[in-house]
Design a protein around this ligand. Structure first.
Ligand code: UT7
Length: 329
C-alpha cells in the first residue's frame, strides 16, 4: 500500500453575478416563493448571462483563482479533470478549453459526465494519479451551467437548478491527511427518470427535437427523490462502517444540494445533527456537478486540519456515492 494520500490543498468556487430569485420566477412560470421554498429550500440561484460565455469561462475563474491561492504556476499542473454535463460543446471536452484559457500548457485534461455525482467521480479519478505517485498537482473541477439546458416554461425543473461550481487542487500528502475512502455506484436503469431526450446519438438534433423541447432536462421528481435519499444513506453507511466511524466522529457532512428535504432525510437517516450538515442550497439551488465544490469553498474557513468530512451525492445515471476525507490544512 502506498503511503501517499491525495489531499485537497486549495479550493476556489465561482458563481455568476446574476441572481434569479423566486420572485422573478413567479413572473416566468406558474409558481410561487412559498412552494419553491417549502418544497426545495431554494430562495435564489445564479445564472450565467452574457454573449459567448460558457462553462469554460466559469472554469477559467475557478482555476485562475485556485492557482493564485495555492501559489501554483500554470506549467506545474499536470492533469485537469472537469466534471460537468454542460460543457461548452458536446466535443471537445471543456477541461482542455479551460487549460487553454488559463495558460496551463503542460497538462492533459478530460471531462467526466456523472451528473450530480460528477465531482465525486472526478475526485476519485484524480486521487488515483496522486496516490500512485504519477502526478503531484491535479486539478479537479465540478461545475454546471444548468441554465443552458433548462426549459424556463417548465416549472417542475426550472426552479430547481442554477449555475456555478468550484475547483480543488489535489496534491500528495505523507501525513495521513486527504482522501481516505470512496464508494461510488451506478445504475443505468435510472436513466429513464432523469435525462435529456435529444442531442446525442440516440436522437440527434433536428427541427422535431427542438420543437418538442427535447434538449432540456427531463426529470420525474418523485422517483429521483426517493432513490436519492436511499442511495446517499446506503453508501454513507457503508463507508462509515468500513472505516469504523460513528456520527460523533464526523466533523462535517457535505451532501449534494438538490432539495433541502432530501438533505434533511439523509441527515436524519444517518443521525447527523443539522449543525454538522453543510447547506447552501438556498443561495445557489442545484448546480449539479458544482454543488459539492461550492460547499467546500464556502466552508473552507470553518474546516480545521484533521476534520473528518463525508461528501455524498446522487444524480442522473443514476450515479451516487460517498467520499470520506480528512482536511489537510
Ligand atoms: O440533483 C439530481 C437529482 N435530482 C433530485 O434529487 C431532485 C429530486 N426531486 C425533488 O427534489 C422533488 O421531487 C421536486 C422538487 C422536483 C418536486 O417536488 P415534489 O414535492 O416531489 O412535488 P411533485 O412533483 O410531487 O408535485 C407536487 C405538485 C404538483 O401539482 P399537483 O399535481 O399535486 O396538482 C406539481 O404540478 O406541485 C406542483 N408543482 C409546482 N407547483 C408550484 C411542481 N413544480 C411546481 C412549482 N411551483 N415550481
Amino acid at each position: 500500500m502506498s503511503d501517499i494520500l491525495a489531499a485537497i490543498t486549495g479550493v476556489q468556487g465561482y458563481v455568476p453575478d446574476y441572481i434569479l430569485t423566486n420572485k422573478e420566477l413567479e413572473s416566468m412560470v406558474d409558481t410561487n416563493d412559498e412552494w419553491i421554498s417549502s418544497r426545495t429550500g431554494i430562495k435564489e440561484r445564479r445564472i450565467l448571462k452574457g454573449d459567448g460565455l460558457a462553462a469554460s469561462d466559469m472554469g477559467y475563474e475557478m482555476v485562475k483563482g485556485l492557482l493564485e491561492k495555492t501559489n501554483t504556476k500554470p506549467e506545474e499542473v499536470e492533469l485537469v479533470i472537469c466534471a460537468t454535463i454542460t460543457g461548452d460543446m458536446i466535443f471537445p471536452d471543456t477541461a482542455n478549453t479551460i487549460c487553454d484559457k488559463v495558460g496551463i500548457n503542460n497538462a492533459f485534461g478530460f471531462d467526466i459526465n456523472a451528473a450530480c455525482s460528477g465531482f465525486l467521480f472526478a475526485l476519485t479519478t484524480g486521487e488515483q494519479f496522486i496516490k500512485s505517485g504519477t502526478y503531484k498537482k491535479v486539478i479537479v473541477i465540478g461545475m454546471d451551467v444548468m441554465s443552458s439546458i433548462l426549459d424556463y416554461t417548465d416549472r417542475t425543473t426550472c426552479v430547481i437548478f442554477g449555475d456555478g461550481g468550484g475547483a480543488v487542487m489535489l496534491e500528495p500528502n505523507h501525513d495521513g491527511f486527504g482522501v481516505q475512502d470512496a464508494l461510488l455506484k451506478g445504475d443505468g436503469a435510472g436513466r429513464h427518470h432523469l435525462h435529456m431526450k435529444a442531442g446525442g446519438s440516440l436522437k440527434p438534433p433536428s427541427l422535431e427535437t427542438v420543437t418538442a423541447k427535447e434538449h432540456y432536462v427531463y426529470q420525474e421528481g418523485r422517483p429521483v427523490f426517493k432513490s436519492a435519499v436511499r442511495g446517499m444513506i446506503s453508501t454513507t453507511e457503508a463507508v462509515m462502517k468500513r472505516n469504523n466511524l460513528t456520527a460523533d466522529d464526523i466533523s462535517w457532512v457535505i451532501p449534494h444540494q438538490a432539495n433541502i428535504r432530501i438533505i434533511s432525510s439523509v441527515a436524519e437517516g444517518l443521525n447527523f445533527p443539522m449543525e454538522k450538515v453543510v447547506v447552501n442550497i438556498q443561495k445557489y439551488g442545484n448546480t449539479t456537478s458544482g454543488t459539492l465544490p461550492l460547499c467546500l469553498w464556502e466552508w473552507e474557513n470553518k474546516f480545521k486540519k484533521g476534520d473528518k468530512i463525508l461528501l455524498t451525492a446522487f444524480g442522473g445515471g443514476f450515479t451516487w456515492g460517498t467520499t470520506y476525507l480528512t482536511w489537510a490544512y
